[in-house]
Design a protein around this ligand. Sequence first.
Ligand code: FAD
Ligand code: NAI
Length: 462
Amino acid sequence: MSFDVAIIGAGPGGYVAAIRCAQLGMRVALIEKESTLGGTCLNVGCIPSKALLDSSEHFHAAVEKFADHGIKINVPKVDMPQMIKRKDEVVDVTVKGIDYLMKKNKIEVIQGHGSFVDSTTLKVGDQEIKAKNIIIATGSEPICPPSFNYDGKRVITSTEALNITKVPKKMVVIGAGVIGLELGSVYARLGTAVEVVEFQKHILGEMDTDVSKEMRRSLKKLGIKFHLSHKVTTVNSTKTKVSVEVEKKDGGDGFTIDADFCLVAIGRKAYTDGLALDKVGIPSDDKGRIDINGHFQTNLPNVYAIGDVVKGPMLAHKAEEEGVYVAEYLAGQKPHINHHLIPGVVYTWPEVASVGSTEEALKEKGTPYKVGKFPMKALGRSRASMDTEGVIKVLAHKDTDEILGVHMVGARAADLIMEAVALMEFRGSAEDMSRICHPHPTYSEAVKEAALAATGNRAIHI
Ligand code: FAD
Ligand code: NAI
């Protein structure tokens, strides 16, 4: 079989690249080792985690908020098998949607593990696939050190945490990053006692410190206990329990936490197993990610790599943009991605969203900046819906007023952030943001107010 382009991996990077290549008239093969398309994102990542986040949020609102809203119900109970079943149905419909898109775009889907034979030939089982161009989009896998004794039953990663059929009494989460806080929130809302052990002194370490502090307050209210500046040395499990050995980051007295489950969420690493990259001489960097140039080209000019398997944030929308980029580049176009403006979102409640530089990064670079903040509790809309936690922070250049970063904790921050992304893409100023008319009463007014605050203390409602 011979193609213009063969893509290895059908996650959001690979399947989007396949569609865009097909739209541009290429004959495309998409190779996937799993039985369903959609990769980590659709099967065991973004979609199922958001399904459980939504279900648990409904439960939590029923327990904590309905009475205040004047809604009387019997004490709500969790039906975990049904919650998991609904999540599975969401995944099922979503991955079938990708099958449909592949047929619609006449993309040849080949099931099996792809590996290199030479720079234009791949092997999948006993089939040989010839392609003028190859895109590697093989994604990532969880990091799990041997001392954590991962068994997939009691010591688990996000994949297994999406399939627990009985609400655990206690869970230890290692890592206060995105997965730890999202899945930790799911179980905390359902009634599990969640303890998070984090190596750094802040949660969500890469995000703006104000955001991280604000979020920590909210999650503590939810009942999550944090052990910051601590590390886990070993995890041991029996059939029914785990024992997690914890120490202060810099050594000192340790302690043990016993729980039903230990969720390991300390990051993910590029997945290149069985690709036979050495056969064709494609190098990786010190983190195992495939080396690429500015056009996502490896050292072989006809072989590209995108998504989690290359440098940059491990995000579905980043993988998709890179997929489109490579397809258009192959078609002779001049595509463009602004990697600095890839938004990051954490789907806790309140949500966290961020784009551009953090205050810490601006300080480090010595960029002159000004800052405007507006608390969600000062907003009429927030009070109406009892979602008063959070803050919006706008960072702008001190001299030019160009928006340099926007960081949010608050209801629907995941959607609010797009105003900032769009403005920043056009190099808008805080003044631009503050003068755009925002509908009342909406959460978006907090964005305007923070921009007003950044441009000379002009915030109206505080
Ligand atoms: P993947 O989605 O990992 O796809 C790679 C595919 O390649 C897989 O299907 C794999 O089976 C296949 N493959 C690998 N090797 C071979 C081979 N040799 N032959 C054939 N097939 C192969 N990101 C967000 O933006 N928003 C979120 O809300 C979000 N939530 C997440 C929640 C969780 C629990 C997790 C784990 C991740 C989440 N992510 C989220 C991250 C997101 O899932 C990834 O960034 C995204 O899936 C990366 O896309 P990709 O195409 O690079 O790789
Ligand atoms: P992460 O990189 O977000 O967080 C890992 C955390 O673990 C860090 O805070 C780190 O300091 C800590 N850590 C590392 N080793 C440790 C140790 N030994 N003991 C204690 N703490 C330790 O990684 P995470 O949460 O596993 O997520 C992986 C990737 O998945 C992320 O890069 C993210 O981009 C993606 N993802 C995105 C989501 C979203 O966009 N909403 C949701 C879930 C995952």
